[in-house]
Design a protein around this ligand. Structure first.
Ligand SMILES: *Cc1c(COP(=O)(O)O)cnc(C)c1O
Length: 446
């Protein structure tokens, strides 16, 4: 299945490929980013109206979610996370790693999202609910204007139990799809790649989810899941690589974040640029969030993805322009990483092409640093997030110091604004990690 690409030939067009293939940490600035968001906004395949539609759908489901997951009651059935300043961690990045950030650093804590304990609670749950709504409307279980609390009834669960949902996952997507599908009443099968952690499989099985395990990487789990689902007319496959529904579920995060910034009196405008650092696997989560943020903040927001050095699939796909036509193993990387949520060898082609004119760039990070950052955050702010999420910290560490991003700041007239800048690290997972696994992480040194 894997091809072998000539690294030297690829590097002629995209010099970063050489470093990527050598397994080094890279800093990549996207040469295809449009100078002005307004020039490309209308040519994107999705719009703000689509994001609004998704947000409205989640609002309609809020009574259902509150009924099934009482822990969401304080937010009235909205699954949302806090935005927290982390000044002590900012100081740690400066003192221990030489970061020279300017402005202030905050953490968007999707690591604590209700139901799934990761950013997947946005996309994964949205897609399951959208499918449930489609079925309920089609079969007259729900009429426009009804309260969606109705869908929590025994009769509704009985109806949904005739249907099946399947997904391929490295772990967290499986958790979010599995937990919400089980709550709706669907039969659910999660096809898990070799990277998936045991506790995630155990947790899913405890909720009645069927977990199929694969010796291979994520793309094989996805392939097989899709095949089995396609063969069953009652089955729906959540396609992490191409799903616009997942993408829109993630994109809803942006307007929620904007409201939080407003509440905290934090300004984002031309004089106060916003920098966002998001861990990236197949691309759906960081791509959706970035899409939403660009719609709201346009040229004032600068989004960077972060990937492991052995699985930098999105950086490789975008830098070469080959998108999902190239996998990390094609340039000699293993695709193996401790960052299980980011262990993806081939990116979403859909996301990559949407990101071409929007994304500012990407960083890659060595696995050993993830555990360092994890301990740093725990020590300085008493916040736990899982190793995959910790990838984000390489962004603020390097932004102003790496020659590539320093040039980006200079060329975009940002240098003199850095004192007023806002930096947000997107913490993508952690809340569901069991105590004994946390302890093991805390004692891991690579
Ligand atoms: C899935 C995941 C991501 C990235 O999401 P993609 O949609 O795969 O790019 C980041 N962090 C964690 C913890 C995840 O589980």
């Amino acid at each position: 299945m894997d091809n072998q690409f000539d690294v030297n030939a690829l590097a002629e067009k995209a010099p970063v490929v050489k470093q990527i293939a050598a397994g080094e940490e890279v800093v990549w600035v996207n040469p295809k980013k449009a100078p002005r968001f307004a020039d490309v906004q209308d040519s994107l395949p999705l719009s703000m109206a689509d994001v609004k539609d998704a947000a409205d759908r989640l609002d309609r489901f809020a009574p259902f979610i509150m009924k099934k997951f009482p822990e969401t009651a304080p937010r009235h059935g909205l699954i949302e996370s806090a935005l927290t300043p982390i000044p002590q961690m900012q100081r740690r990045l400066q003192e221990k790693y030489g970061a020279d950030l300017g402005g202030r650093l905050l953490l968007k804590r999707d690591s604590d999202l209700a139901v799934a304990g990761s950013v997947k609670a946005r996309g994964g749950i949205y897609e399951v609910l959208k499918h449930a709504e489609d079925l309920a409307l089609e079969h007259g279980l729900l009429k426009p204007g009804d309260s969606y609390e109705k869908l929590a009834s025994g009769e509704a669960m009985e109806f949904f139990s005739r249907y099946k949902v399947q997904v391929g996952s490295t772990g967290n997507l499986g958790l979010s799809i599995g937990i919400m599908s089980a709550a709706v009443g669907f039969q659910v099968i999660v096809h898990m790649s070799a990277d998936a952690r045991q506790w995630k499989k155990d947790l899913l099985r405890s909720k009645g989810v069927i977990v199929k395990e694969y010796e291979n990487d994520y793309s094989v789990a996805v392939q097989n899941g899709r095949k089995e689902s396609d063969a069953d007319p009652m089955s729906y496959f959540v396609d992490d690589e191409n799903s616009q529904n997942l993408f829109l579920g993630y994109a809803v995060a942006a307007e929620r974040l904007k409201a939080q910034l407003d509440e905290q009196g934090i300004t984002v405008d031309a004089a106060h640029p916003l920098f966002v650092y998001i861990p990236c696997g197949v691309g759906g989560a960081p791509g959706g969030v970035t899409f939403g943020l660009k719609q709201l903040f346009g040229d004032d927001v600068h989004c960077f993805f972060v990937e492991p050095t052995q699985a930098p699939c999105m950086t490789l796909g975008m830098a070469t322009g080959l998108q999902n036509g190239i996998a990390v193993t094609d340039v000699g990387l293993t695709g193996m990483t401790e960052a299980d949520g980011l262990a993806v060898g081939r990116p979403s082609g859909f996301v990559g092409s949407v990101m071409d004119p929007l994304l500012s760039g990407a960083f890659t990070v060595e696995d050993g640093k993830l555990y360092e950052y994890m301990r740093d955050l725990m020590e300085t702010e008493d916040i736990f997030i899982e190793p995959s999420s910790c990838a984000l910290f390489i962004g603020p560490e390097k932004l102003t110091r790496a020659p590539e991003t320093a040039a980006y700041l200079r060329e975009n007239g940002l240098l003199e604004k850095m004192k007023q800048a806002v930096h947000i690290g997107w913490a993508t997972g952690g809340a569901l990690v069991p105590p004994e696994v946390r302890k093991k992480y805390m004692e891991t040194y690579l």
